[in-house]
Ligand binder design. Structure first.
Ligand SMILES: CC(=O)[C@@H](O)[C@H](O)COP(=O)(O)O
Ligand SMILES: NCC(=O)COP(=O)(O)O
Length: 243
């Protein structure tokens, strides 16, 4: 079954909005795991708008499932943070400063040499590496040459087009997933996955190992409660006969 990694960025957004420690990010991470989350994902950004660099050190002490740190390795502070905490996985995302959120994957062809060197640093430290890519087979094939362990398919396009036609929305992702399988890459996915579109995605994408979900899950938890929401997402994944 595809694993669910809960991205807790938006818990940190709420915490930071009042300057205190409510909600307590560390306690929420512990509870997410207790409620069934199979991983915790954070995406510390240079402006620390939500996850702070110090949060990562505290989370490393308590995460017992899989810790996935996402971010832009073009920032030395991010590299140092990951190497100091050695999470189970690092996901490299080509954000530029000031982006409201992540909105594109790596060009793994033009960035081949840079990614190959960067990935080697993290793998030398014993950290599994995933790189964020658009659902383009050539980008997946390019990723395979960099030595990465996995790719994470950027799923905003799927989520945006899903309501208009799920078959068309998922088509590029199936092709990209097949390219990952042919290249021997592990496959993750994330961004804007939610309770409406998750099951169809997971049951049609071959070899999907992990989804990381945050924004919609935390928003849903406002209505359904965090424990119930995590289990609703897990049910969407367990109901799928993963392709
Ligand atoms: C890489 C990606 O799509 C998400 O993991 C990202 O972490 C979302 O970041 P925000 O929570 O800052 O929108
Ligand atoms: N890598 C995707 C992620 O961690 C969460 O993305 P979102 O669900 O907040 O859009």
């Amino acid at each position: 079954m595809t694993r669910l990694s809960v991205n807790i960025n938006k818990i940190a957004t709420l915490r930071n909005s009042r300057g205190g420690n409510n909600p307590d990010l560390i306690q929420v991470a512990k509870d997410c795991e207790r409620f069934g989350a199979q991983g915790i994902t954070v995406h510390p950004r240079p402006d620390e708008r939500h996850i702070r660099y110090n949060d990562v050190f505290e989370l490393k002490k308590i995460v017992t499932t899989e810790f996935n740190i996402e971010g832009n390795c073009q920032e030395q502070k991010f590299i140092d943070l990951v190497l100091a905490n050695k999470p189970e996985q690092v996901t490299l995302v080509p954000d530029v400063l000031g982006q409201i959120t992540s909105n594109h994957g790596w060009d793994t062809i033009t960035n081949y040499h840079y990614l190959k060197d960067m990935i080697a640093v993290f793998k030398e430290a014993g950290i599994r590496v995933s790189i964020f890519v658009d659902p383009i087979p050539a980008m997946v094939e390019g990723a395979a040459k960099t030595g990465t362990d996995r790719v994470e398919l950027y799923t905003e396009g799927y989520a945006t087009h899903f309501p208009q036609g799920k078959e068309l929305a998922i088509a590029p992702y199936i092709e990209a997933a097949k390219a990952a399988q042919q290249a021997g890459l592990g496959l993750n996915a994330g961004h804007d996955l939610d309770l409406h579109n998750l099951k169809y995605f997971a049951e049609n994408i071959p070899g999907l190992l992990e989804v990381s979900i945050g924004h919609a899950l935390v928003s849903d938890a406002l209505y359904y409660g965090l424990e119930n929401t995590i289990q609703m997402y897990l049910r969407q994944l367990s109901l799928t006969d993963n392709a």
